[in-house]
Design a protein around this ligand. Sequence first.
Ligand SMILES: Cc1ncc(COP(=O)(O)O)c(C=O)c1O
Length: 429
Amino acid sequence: MATYKSLSTQQLKELQGQLIDQYKAFQSRNLKLDMSRGKPGADQLNLTMGMLDVVNSSSDMKTIDGFDTRNYGVLDGIAEAKQLFAKLYGVSTDEILVGGASSLTMMYDSVVRALLHGVRGGKKPWGQCGKIKFLCPVPGYDRHFAICENLGIEMVMVDMTPDGPDMDTVERLVSQDSSIKGIWCVPKYSNPQGITYSDETVRRFAALSPAAEDFRIFWDNAYCIHDLYEDDQDHLLDLLGELKKNGKEDMAYIFASTSKITFPGAGVAVMMASKANLDFIRKDLSIQTIGPDKINQLRHVRYFQTPEKVLEHMKRQASFIRPKFQAVLEKLDGELGALEIARWTHPKGGYFIALDTMEGCAKRVVSLCKEAGVTLTSAGATHPYGKDPHDATIRIAPTYPPIEELKLAMELFCICVKLASVEKILETR
Ligand SMILES: Cc1ncc(COP(=O)(O)O)c(C=O)c1O
């Protein structure tokens, strides 16, 4: 099949007519499909229903060290939850804090705490340092950017590469500009490209020498055990371990949660960092709360028991997600592969696929889809302030719709990408 750019204007106009007909046929079907957020599908949620039965009115509600989970207390997580998640994530039990249901809340709180009270080793709170900035690898996770925007932190974009953020730029900016206090990272199966940082990238992070002595890497490891394939997985180097080798273990805050392991909104979130960082944070935490939902922590530990069983559970989760990713990729490869109008990633895990249209087409594609009943994540959401300078990146979230709906939505999506591309090429002729 010829590439679109090689077609004559006449051929493109004919193609446009055919695509409009196909598009109208979709519009008349009155679809109402939502592919906007990376939510687990109902079948994935059903997989964990047994967890709701492991703690009931006849359960022993005490922790292994004798605390009654029904009552106040235990600020930073019950002992068995610390043990389970520390093993799962490869840290020691004094490098983990087990909290409430959302890691995003922990990230927000961590930024607010730093603004109000500073971080360990800092001379003053971030909020008293004048204008401060965060590096934001793009494309990235919209809610990270929303935290910065909400709290008045300026965002500086850094391009993603297939190995992670462009580290030459990260090193240069971080070492020169003391107003840069942090960087957002989703180091494994990144949101939205599904990229895993290479070993070299992680080592370069661990060797950063920031101009700001109170700089922190926000290492949001949301998808660390979310592999799609048993025999073809990405492996992420242990950042905390690498930092320790360089005596820089205070430089990172690491986050994860069971949102996409058990129930989003009713899972368990953890923060991992050096013991010294956590000691510093616990002081503020003890003012903020008397303790997290320990019953939910108990439920998670009693259900899973061991890290190995969590990983088994993730294999079952993957069996629902994998066919959906494959359906999306088959459609994209089959429909758009030869046309040179878009590029997309082929992640081995996580929750997203990122597609780049031709420059200036993403908004048009999203609005065409919307007008035909398929809601996608807004174009621009993958960039700070909702502004993608190339208007190119679209985040595809395959997990939520049932697979038949997903296939239908992708059919429409490909028509919309084609239509927007033809319009754009004609515009420039
Ligand atoms: C990279 C990333 N971090 C965090 C979250 C949200 O995590 P939680 O449910 O633990 O707040 C998401 C949800 O999509 C995500 O993609």
